[in-house]
Design a protein around this ligand. Structure first.
Ligand code: PXP
Length: 271
C-alpha cells in the first residue's frame, strides 16, 4: 500500500466511524484448490486495505482448509493494518496466537464437518475454559472477541468471561434476507439491535459479521453501538465479477502480443 493511500485512508476513517474487517479466507480456499501460491491471501489483504479495509480477518481452522500457518506469519509481519485472528478456543490455537500476537483474536466455535462457522460460541457451557483462554490472550496484549448469537444470556456470559468484544452472529438475519422473509428480517434486525445495546451497556465493544452482503449491510451498519463489521465470502465472490473483465483482457493482450507477427521488429533489426 502506498503512503498516499494510507493517509487518505486515515482521514476517511477517523474515530467513531464503523470499521470494516475484510476476511480473506476464501482467497486461500481458491489457492488451495490447486495447491500452489496463487491467489495469494496477503496480496488480497493489501488490496483490501487499498480499498478501505481497516483490518484483515483470517480464520486459521484446525483442519487448515484455507488459511495456513504460513499465511498467518506473513500477514502478521507484512500487514499495514491490524490482524484479527479467528480461531477455535483450543490449546493448539492459543499457542499459535501467543506466538504471533495478532491485534485481536476472535474465538469461534468449530466443527470439522461444517462448511462455515455455524452459530455462535457456547459461552455459557464453555465459560471456565473460555475464561482461561481469554485471560491468557489478554495478558499477552491481544484483544479478545467472542463470536456469539445475539442473545442476552450469551452477552452476560461474555462479560463474565472478561472479553473485550462480542461479535454478533448475523447469519440468521442474512438467511431471512436470502429467503425474502420480511417478518423474519425485521425480527432478526430487532434481535441484533437489542443485543448491540445490551452488549454496549455491559461494557463490551460490539462487532458483527457472517453472511453480510450489499443488501444486508445497512441495517447492521446503522446500529449506533456497532464498531466493526467483518465481511468475507460475499466480497471475495464480488471480486470475481469486478475483476474478471480486467483479468481476461490482460490474458487476451498477452496472447495477442505473443502471436503478433514479429517480422516487422525482426526486419528492422536486420536492416
Ligand atoms: N465473523 C466471523 C466470526 C466468522 O467466522 C466469519 C466467517 O469466517 C465472518 C465474520 C465472515 O463471514 P462471511 O465470510 O460470511 O462474510
Amino acid at each position: 500500500m502506498t503512503s498516499r493511500s494510507s493517509s487518505t485512508h486515515s482521514a476517511a476513517h477517523g474515530a467513531g466511524t464503523l470499521r470494516l474487517g475484510v476476511n480473506i479466507d476464501h482467497v486461500a480456499t481458491i489457492r488451495n484448490a490447486r495447491g500452489g501460491r496463487h491467489p495469494d491471501p496477503l496480496r488480497a489483504a493489501h488490496l483490501a486495505v487499498e480499498g478501505g479495509a481497516d483490518g484483515i480477518t483470517a480464520h486459521l481452522r484446525e483442519d487448515r482448509r484455507h488459511i495456513s500457518d504460513t499465511d498467518i506469519a506473513r500477514l502478521k509481519s507484512e500487514l499495514t493494518r491490524p490482524l484479527n485472528l479467528e480461531m477455535a478456543a483450543t490449546q493448539e490455537m492459543l499457542a499459535i496466537a501467543l506466538r504471533h500476537v495478532p491485534n485481536a483474536c476472535c474465538l469461534v466455535p468449530e466443527r470439522r464437518e461444517e462448511r462455515t462457522t455455524e452459530g455462535g460460541l457456547d459461552v455459557t457451557g464453555g465459560l471456565e475454559s473460555l475464561k482461561r483462554i481469554t485471560g491468557e490472550l489478554r495478558s499477552a496484549g491481544i484483544r479478545v472477541s467472542l463470536f456469539i448469537e445475539p442473545d442476552l444470556a450469551a452477552i452476560e456470559a461474555s462479560a463474565r468471561i472478561g472479553a473485550d468484544i462480542v461479535e454478533l452472529h448475523t447469519g440468521a438475519y442474512c438467511e431471512k434476507a436470502l429467503d425474502d422473509d420480511a417478518k423474519g428480517i425485521a425480527r432478526e434486525v430487532e434481535r441484533l439491535a437489542r443485543a448491540a445495546t445490551a452488549a454496549h451497556a455491559a461494557g463490551l465493544e460490539v462487532h458483527a459479521g457472517h453472511g453480510l452482503t450489499y443488501n444486508t449491510v445497512a441495517a447492521v451498519a446503522r446500529m449506533p453501538e456497532m464498531m466493526e463489521l467483518n465481511i468475507g465470502h460475499f466480497l471475495i465472490g464480488e471480486a470475481i465479477f469486478g475483476g474478471l473483465i480486467a483479468a481476461v483482457r490482460r490474458m487476451r493482450v498477452l496472447m495477442d502480443e505473443a502471436r503478433a507477427p514479429a517480422p516487422k521488429r525482426a526486419l528492422k533489426a536486420v536492416k
